[in-house]
Design a binder for this molecule. Sequence first.
Ligand SMILES: NC(=O)c1ccc[n+]([C@@H]2O[C@H](COP(=O)([O-])OP(=O)(O)OC[C@H]3O[C@@H](n4cnc5c(N)ncnc54)[C@H](O)[C@@H]3O)[C@@H](O)[C@H]2O)c1
Length: 104
Amino acid sequence: MKIVVAGQGYVGLPLAVRAAEVGHRVVGYDVDPHRVQQLTAGQSYVRDVASARLCAVLDSGAYSATADGAYAVSEVMIRPPDTGVFACPEPGKRDQQNHLAQAA
Ligand SMILES: NC(=O)c1ccc[n+]([C@@H]2O[C@H](COP(=O)([O-])OP(=O)(O)OC[C@H]3O[C@@H](n4cnc5c(N)ncnc54)[C@H](O)[C@@H]3O)[C@@H](O)[C@H]2O)c1
């Protein structure tokens, strides 16, 4: 299965790496280019994900990280994933309800 995970933080990165470990093809998209640079270099900044695990899925080709919005959109729109996951902060609203308009 192909999976795109938007947001490579404390929620998205462990999810993406585990999915890659069990055989899925995962693209991790994050707006922070520094984070993507670290991920691509095999340096995890999330305690739950050891850098060795990250390196293994990078080396196998099961996982890649990108900050390229156009590429991420092409992965979703041109070659649709089987599953897409949003794991990035949601914009708040005064009524404290989740506001997911950006996901539409
Ligand atoms: N961490 C938790 O224990 C926890 C628990 C329950 C729910 N959540 C929810 O999960 C979501 C993610 O939380 P987290 O702890 O992983 O946050 P985080 O801050 O660790 O990571 C969020 C990541 O998303 C990236 N990002 C921000 N906007 C983006 C966008 N538009 N597109 C792609 N990437 C984007 C950030 O650069 C960052 O790397 C939030 O909505 C949070 O409320 C988190």
